[in-house]
Write a new protein. Structure first.
Length: 176
């Protein structure tokens, strides 16, 4: 029974990531502002490392299979090869890291720090892939892909940390 609940919760967070990916603000840069990272943070903090990561693997698998779950209703394997594909891949590792660290740091500041670590990992993978796929320099990639998003991501971390505390009670049996 516990496994069915965990699988269901992972599927729900994969769906949440798909929905949050569409809540986007267009930018003049190649990377859109959307809420997907919030669901990544929540998946890791609420479901734990294993099931949080699984939820993001499901999200990526749905997108790679062609379902329009990525931002801008994109789907297909080519999205992972696009300049923003590294950020999508970073969701999986970010959920894993958030899950590991949030499981150790149960207080709000600890969850925020766990989410910051996940964000740094996601930014690292995404920015590295952006640089490779566009032949950009590090400073150019940081200017386009990281710096403009820091204030919004700080807000996303704060909101996600508070929501995670409330949602953890609902999904408590899924921590593994």
């Amino acid at each position: 029974m516990m496994r069915i609940r965990s699988l269901t919760a992972a599927a729900l967070f994969a769906a949440l990531t798909a929905v949050f990916s569409q809540i986007a603000i267009p930018t003049p840069w190649m990377v859109p502002v959307n809420l997907a990272i919030c669901s990544v943070f929540l998946a890791g903090a609420v479901l734990g490392a294993r099931w949080g990561m699984a939820s993001q693997l499901v999200y990526l698998a749905l997108g790679v299979c062609g379902l329009p779950v990525f931002s801008g209703f994109r789907g297909g394997a080519q999205a992972l090869l696009s300049p923003t594909g590294g950020y999508l891949t970073g969701y999986v590792l970010a959920a894993l890291v958030v899950g590991i660290l949030a499981n150790r740091w149960h207080f709000c500041g600890g969850r925020m720090l766990a989410m910051l670590c996940g964000l740094v990992l996601c930014y690292g993978l995404g920015t590295a892939w952006f640089m490779v796929s566009t032949a950009s320099t590090l400073s150019h990639a940081l200017t386009l892909c990281v710096l403009p998003f820091l204030p919004g991501d700080a807000l996303k971390i704060a909101v996600s940390a508070v929501l995670a505390k409330r949602l953890t009670g609902i999904f408590q049996p899924q921590h593994t």
